[in-house]
Design a protein around this ligand. Sequence first.
Ligand SMILES: [Zn+2]
Length: 202
Amino acid sequence: MIKIAENVFKLEKMLVSQVYLIKDGEQVTIIDTGFAGEYANIKNQLNEIGIEPENINYIIITHGHMDHIANLKKLSKISGAKIFVHADDLERIDGKADPAQINLLEGGEELDILGGIQAIHIPGHSKGNMAFYAKRSGILFSGDCLFNNKGLSLPPVKFNDDTELFEKNVKVLSEYDISIICPGHGPHIEGNCNQRIEDLFE
Ligand SMILES: [Zn+2]
């Protein structure tokens, strides 16, 4: 488990996509759930900072692609956590969570985590693709809006439902004052974040 900022952590050794953890007082939130077969790694890393999967209160899903939701079924069942997902990706998590646990988002909501996390709908990667912005700390959990596998980039077009739509919508990220980017893939980035994002749109 790597500490990224006060109350914000990144799980290590994830196979494909990143999983982030926010510990805000007693409230535990994870953002995305990793790839198939990673449950044991997730559990072990939570344990490193004294958390059990049962203690998770909120599970935020950036989008419903397989590499981000593979452990949702197990984590949602064991924790009973409230799940936040965009309505347009609901069908992608079908069968992975008790409907009573699911809170549908449209974009524009503010989640009561870390003093306010804004939900930003950026359709095109998937229909219900989202990014989440922690307004007090300026941390952007970009989901797959941004990759950082070989330097910061937009997602490879082969993974988008509709690249034209995505590239039009993703520009909204430049409206946020970003201190740290926590991407869906690759390491986090600190410093000069807005400029780096602007450069992608040129
Ligand atoms: Zn992904």
